[in-house]
Design a protein. Structure first.
Length: 217
């Protein structure tokens, strides 16, 4: 995970914890939020992985029992090792396969969070987080007006907060920070939307940011 990508994700986590009173917070407050957020994310991941690992153990027990009770093995001598047997792909097995895939996804997420926790202590990551948030503090009205103007047919007050926050971070970078390529800012905003918001959010955010680039950049 690159430092800037970590900065954006951690900035989004901070945005999720503060409302309209963002102006009242200082850098030291944001640093404490980063630490608390990373701890919460790690704790949540540990709990989720524990649950799916338990489910995966159940899958293993099911497979072993199926093999033990298969006619090909029941007819073998007691002291003989089981031989592999064919297993039908029933709906139950499909569910179990989905569980295994979920375990893999949770494990990858845990690795990302562990990396995020390390990066959160790096000076360059904190500096870029502060730059994003300070930019929004100073340009809040302008940035929100851009969203209102370009989100045609949408009431900004009724948009998902996570979508507004992703847009705020990306627009702050595109219009004021200008330290990263446009494509990178947009691509990583879409990744955040895929990770944290709804299925429809990436296309909505992509549409707004495309208009931002067309009109303002």
């Amino acid at each position: 995970m690159q430092a800037r990508r970590a900065s954006r994700e951690l900035a989004l986590i901070i945005f999720s914890q503060i409302g309209k009173e963002i102006d009242k917070f200082a850098n030291s407050d944001f640093d404490q939020m980063i630490l608390g957020s990373v701890r919460t994310l790690i704790s949540n991941c540990e709990e989720e992985i524990s649950i799916v690992t338990s489910e995966l153990s159940g899958v293993r027990e099911f497979v072993e029992e199926f093999e033990n009770n298969h006619p090909d093995n029941l007819s073998r001598p007691i002291d003989a090792n089981n031989i592999p047997v064919e297993m039908p792909l029933t709906s139950k097995m499909r569910e179990d396969i989905d569980t295994i895939m979920n375990v893999a996804e949770k494990s990858l997420s845990a690795l990302e969070i562990a990396e995020l926790s390390v990066l959160s202590g790096q000076t360059d990551v904190k500096r870029y987080i502060h730059k994003i948030i300070k930019t929004y503090q100073e340009k809040k009205e302008e940035i929100d007006n851009v969203i209102k103007e370009l989100a045609s047919g949408w009431d900004i007050e009724r948009l998902f907060k996570i979508d507004k926050d992703i847009l705020r971070i990306a627009i702050a970078e595109l219009l004021f920070v200008k330290d990263a390529p446009v494509k990178v800012v947009i691509d990583e905003a879409l990744e955040l939307a895929k990770k944290y918001s709804t299925d429809d959010s990436p296309s909505f955010i992509n549409g707004i940011l495309a208009k931002v680039v067309e009109v303002y950049v």
